[in-house]
Design a protein around this ligand. Sequence first.
Ligand code: NDP
Length: 294
Amino acid sequence: MGERVGFIGLGAIGTPIAKHVVRAFEAVVWNRTREKAEAFARDHGVTFAASPAELVGRCDVVMTCLPTSREVRQVIEAAGDAWRQDQLLIDATSGDPAGSRATAAWLAERGVGFVDAPVSGGTAGAEQGTLTVMLGGEDRWVERARRYVAPFARKVEHVGPVGAGHALKAINNALLALNIVAAGEGLAALVKLGVPARRAVDVLNASSGRSNVTEHLIPERVLTGTWPRTFSLALLDKDVGVALDVLADTGVGSEVYAAVKRALEAARARLDAQADHVETIKVIEERAGVRIRL
Ligand code: NDP
């Protein structure tokens, strides 16, 4: 029999990722809100653990998908003495490199490996099993981790040591945030000039300024006015903060990323705590006094 996998964190993206994992491997799940773990276990024919310690005690490989590296550390420490030599933690959280290096060191003292494995592709990509996974860690742990991320991934890359995956993910999401803010402000101005939003987006998407935001997020969510909640603005703001830390730590710095961070913070102040990241454009619309609709 193969290794047993434990999955911690059945949130918006953790749940569809976990569906692929439990289909491929013998698995146990744990979630802070127990009802979600019970429902998932019932729906997918797996068992759930009553605590992180129980899960760690029952598994060879543990996967986490939590809001930040802080919650990952809390859950890992909560499992305490349950950790054993040669276990592996694969962290799919969009975490921060420094937090991951500290957690990896804590686990290494117990003979446990750590691989950061943040993902890109959203909840739709997770459902379809087509995520991009950015692996950070030592070769031997990364090679072992590959088979556990394969069920939900289309592209898997080992990008560097522990924390490198989280650094790359943070930069990716800062670029996403930048595109949301810049496209939202630009389209608001164009609509005020009398350019129909649909036509402006179509032309951008046949031109050099196009991005995932103009090709997918704006047509599917903003022009239609549907605004689904798949990835919270609070989490994107966290990612841009991590990116700013990466830029500061490397001495590169950035005025642009700092401006995007301020724009997200301003949007959070106007929206409720569960707001989706794309709802940043609602705040831009409000400020401009215009609607970017079909
Ligand atoms: P959610 O807020 O939907 O889910 C968070 C999960 O973490 C829940 O299972 C929640 O449990 C659990 N949790 C929160 N705080 C704690 C804690 N203190 N102790 C234990 N468990 C806790 O987040 P997402 O699923 O959207 O995101 C998870 C990670 O994936 C984040 O790092 C995010 O940036 C990243 N990500 C998300 C994407 C998306 O499209 N949603 C895309 C790519 C990356 P409970 O059910 O009890 O609240």
